[in-house]
Design a protein around this ligand. Structure first.
Ligand SMILES: Cc1cc2nc3c(=O)[nH]c(=O)nc-3n(C[C@H](O)[C@H](O)[C@H](O)COP(=O)(O)O)c2cc1C
Length: 323
């Protein structure tokens, strides 16, 4: 399938694997890129430029297709070495960067000079327009359904995507709630040039996470996510578990007085315990409502091929027969 996004990134299928903390390692990114999508390494999981350089090199050993690196701007006091991380990406010859969190304007000139395409993840039309105005090449429009940080506007993709299509000139992909061929065709119908998936890619053979995580996603329904940290205006959609229910009780009790320190036990240092040790009650970890549509653990190639084959038949048979 040819879209503005496949053309821009030099990929075969309009499917992107979004950056995911402690999931987006070389193995997953390479599997997605080898299957014709765009695999993305999560920069901040590596943390330092040296470790990121090593992870990119490992990925490049596993694929000669285009790969991307996600750099997330976090609201943190001890900021990572962002200039060093971006320089590492440039030196490694990576062709796509996915940015998220704050505005990436400061780093766009160095990325542009290196010929790198930048896709910025946004949860609103106004942020998407800002990304366009500062020179981002594309936007990943992340609806309220998404796993991770949906922002504070709570606009689901059935509204957000057509609104983005009405306003944007640069291409965008649909992100949040995307699982299968139906998601892809619907996203395209609403004006997207492809889709970005997070949660769906965790439940694949190649995702380098503990089996408990994959089984938790398969077992979960669309009712099993919760929004946490809303009082801190840092809302995150996570899979519910004992720690999350405890966290929500604290939020209800403390109300406006809630501080990050009150919930540190439920949110800090959780990812290695969940993703690597499989301790599923260790704390809050991002997961999308789309878990309700995930019922198997295929290889990445099986997943992507299935999506593309079924998309073809939805378009040529189901929709065509209605025309
Ligand atoms: C476990 C997990 C970790 C994530 N970590 C990050 C991250 O570090 N940076 C980022 O920009 N997005 C992160 N995301 C968001 C994804 O890149 C993607 O935008 C989101 O999962 C899309 O929604 P979906 O899960 O419904 O597909 C994460 C998502 C999940 C599920």
């Amino acid at each position: 399938m040819k879209t503005k996004i496949t053309e821009m990134f030099g990929i075969e299928h309009p499917i992107i694997q979004g950056g995911m903390h402690y999931v987006g390692f070389a193995e997953l990114a390479a599997a997605v890129s080898n299957a014709g999508g765009l695999g993305i390494i999560t920069g901040l999981t590596q943390g330092t430029p040296e470790k990121l350089a090593n992870e990119i090199a490992r990925c490049q050993d596993m694929t000669d297709k285009p790969i991307g690196v996600n750099i997330t701007f976090l609201p943190t006091l001890n900021a990572p070495d962002y200039p060093g991380l971006f320089q590492t990406i440039i030196d490694a010859g990576v062709t796509v960067v996915e940015t998220a969190g704050n505005n990436p304007a400061e780093y766009l000139p160095m990325l542009k000079d290196a010929g790198i395409k930048v896709i910025h993840k946004c949860t609103s039309v106004r942020h998407s327009l800002k990304a366009q105005s500062i020179g981002c090449d594309a936007v990943s429009v992340d609806g309220f359904e998404c796993g991770g940080h949906p922002g504070e506007d709570d606009i689901p993709n059935f509204i957000l995507l057509p609104r983005a299509a009405d306003e944007l000139e640069i291409p965008f992909v649909a992100s949040g709630g995307m699982a299968d061929a139906r998601s892809l065709v619907a996203a395209m119908a609403m004006g997207a040039e492809g889709m970005n998936m997070g949660t769906r890619f965790i439940a694949t053979q190649e995702a380098p996470v503990h089996e408990n995580v994959k089984h938790a996603i398969v077992a979960a329904s669309e009712l099993d996510t919760r929004l946490v940290m809303r009082p801190l205006r840092n809302t995150e959609r996570v899979m519910t578990n004992a720690a999350v229910e405890r966290l929500l009780e604290k939020e209800a009790k403390l109300g406006k007085d809630l501080k990050f320190e009150d919930i540190i036990e439920e949110v800090a240092g959780v990812y290695p315990k969940i993703m690597q040790t499989g301790d599923m009650d260790a704390g809050a970890w991002s997961c999308g409502m789309v878990a309700g549509l995930i019922n198997d653990i295929p290889t990445v190639a099986e997943l992507i091929n299935r999506i593309m084959t079924e998309a073809d038949s939805i378009i040529k048979q189901r929709l065509q027969s209605m025309a």
